[in-house]
Each structure stands twice: as C-alpha cells, then as structure tokens.
Design a protein around this ligand. Structure first.
Ligand code: GTP
Ligand code: MG
Length: 264
C-alpha cells in the first residue's frame, strides 16, 4: 500500500508529535549548516527532555525537546544540518518543509562564528521564508581564539533580526538566546528582515505569481517565497502545497503541536 498524503512528510510528523502529553506554548525550529553546534544548543536548552523520531517516508531523524522559560513550555525541533533550503536532498527538503509548512513560532539559525559568510547563505534563505528568525552566532570562543571578532549589533541592523552570540559548549549566551526566542515566538518583538531585491524582470514575474498564490492560499504561506520556488521550477513545492491543502489549510492539525487542542 502506498503512503497517502496524510501519512507522509510534515503531516505524519505532526501527528507523531501530537501524541506527546505536554502542551507546547510555542514550537521553535533549530536550523543551521552541518557542524555548527545545533545539537549542542539543543542539548543546552532542553537537557534530557528530548526524544527522536523518524521523518516519515525519509531516512531523516529529527530530535524534539522541551524547556520552560518565563512560565511557557517551549518545544524545540533540531532540524538536519543543511547548507541551503533548496530541497536538493532529503535533509534540505525536511528542513524547508518544517520551516515553511510547519509554521513554527520562531526559527533559530545556528551559525559558526569562524566562517560566518558561508553560513549567512542559509540565514538569508530562512528570512526569505519567515521573519520570525533569530540568528545564533555560535562558537564565539573558537572565533576569539582565531582572533575573529563578530559585530553582532551590526549584523542585527543589516539583517533586521535578533543576533545572539553563544559558546554553546560552555552554555554561554543560552539565557540570552531563550529570551530572544521568547520575544519573537510570543510576538513581543516583530522583526523586519532585509528583503533581497532581484532584477526588474524577476521582480515583475514574482509579483504576478505572488498575486495568484495569495488568492489561492489566503496568506497561509509566504507568497513571495512560494513564487520564487515556483519560478525555480521546484516540483517538490507543488507537491507539498497540494499536501497542505488536502489536509485542510489552517486546521489545527497543520500546526506542529496542535496548540489549543492540548495535544503536545
Ligand atoms: N569550541 C566550541 N565548540 C563547540 C561549540 N558548540 C558546539 N561545539 C562543538 O562542535 C562540534 C559539533 O557540535 P554539534 O552540536 O554536534 O553540531 P551540529 O550542528 O549538531 O552538527 P550536525 O548535526 O552534524 O550538523 C562538537 O564537537 C561540539 O562539542 C562552541 O560553542 N564552542
Ligand atoms: Mg546535530
């Protein structure tokens, strides 16, 4: 028997998450290039409150954990390490689908302070999908050793999102990270990420497609980002959008935790 739309991808993963007894007040995705310290940040924030699950239909394992901050239960999902979200591999597709269709309350991108430029590629892709992004500049201890200084306030101004320096292995900066997550996830701070402006022809095409996407999905996804992916000719995005529609857009099931129904 083949897998149905309901039993594949993000929908099945959401179903699996929904069996957890703890209700989450917010769900936060943790993304980043491979080996930037995502799992170290994840472990530092969640301690032993975690378990792993397989992404249905793919050999991709995700870890999910919980922590409490300011009387709120936060569920953190450690996404696979990826250099991009262009869905060139199963890992990239899972990370992209989770950020785009899972509708997390915030997404933290963990970057390596010693090679920030390469890591910023993913940051720009994530802020193109969601403004609710936080940049965690990790391994600042290692950067200091290599005499690399990172201007986090300057980066904040350039990117339009909070930028938090951490040395996660020593648990440095994790309290500040929790605070930034809290503000973004609960809408106490609204980010204004820098938008990448493409050439005139591309912008005109984006505008035309974006209008159609808005009409069809009524603000359910970031229509500009979807338009860009459609212009890329990415077939997986069409598949995932259809999947989303078949499961009832906006239904609680499509939220990662089914907040409000007390499922997590
Ligand atoms: N010096 C230093 N090392 C760190 C820091 N954070 C993580 N590490 C180390 O970096 C290595 C990779 O850390 P992980 O947490 O496994 O990185 P990851 O991003 O989860 O890696 P993948 O899941 O393989 O993509 C480990 O040896 C960590 O101990 C840090 O802030 N400073
Ligand atoms: Mg990891």
């Amino acid at each position: 028997m083949g897998l149905t739309a309901q039993s594949t991808g993000i929908h099945a993963f959401l179903e699996e998450l929904s069996h957890s007894p703890l209700k989450a007040d917010a769900v936060v995705a943790l993304a980043g290039n491979p080996n930037t310290g995502k799992s170290t940040v994840f472990n530092g924030l969640t301690g032993l409150n975690q378990h792993t699950g397989n992404w249905p239909g793919k050999t991709v394992v995700l870890a999910k954990g919980n922590y409490r901050h300011k009387n709120k239960n936060i569920t953190l999902v450690d996404l696979p390490g990826t250099y991009s979200l262009l869905a060139n591999s199963a890992d990239e597709q899972v990370a992209r689908d989770f950020i785009c269709f899972g509708d997390p309350d915030a997404t933290v991108v963990v970057a390596d302070a010693t090679c920030l430029e390469r890591n910023l590629n993913l940051v720009l892709q994530v802020i193109e999908i969601t403004p609710k992004t936080i940049l965690c500049v990790n391994l600042v201890d290692e950067a200091k050793r290599k005499r690399i200084a990172v201007d986090c306030p300057g980066l904040e101004r350039s990117l339009g999102i909070p930028v938090i320096p951490t040395a996660a292995r020593d648990k440095v900066g994790l309290t500040e990270l929790k605070e930034a997550i809290h503000k973004v996830a609960f809408g106490l701070q609204s980010n204004q990420p820098k938008r990448i402006i493409y050439n005139e022809r591309l912008e005109a095409a984006i505008g035309r497609i974006q209008g159609e996407v808005e009409r069809l999905f009524q603000g359910k996804f970031n229509s500009r980002w979807v338009a860009l992916r459609l212009l890329d000719g990415d077939p997986s995005i069409i598949h995932e959008m259809r999947n989303y529609l078949e499961n009832g857009p906006g239904s609680k099931q499509n939220k990662i935790d089914g907040r409000g129904s007390g499922m997590l």
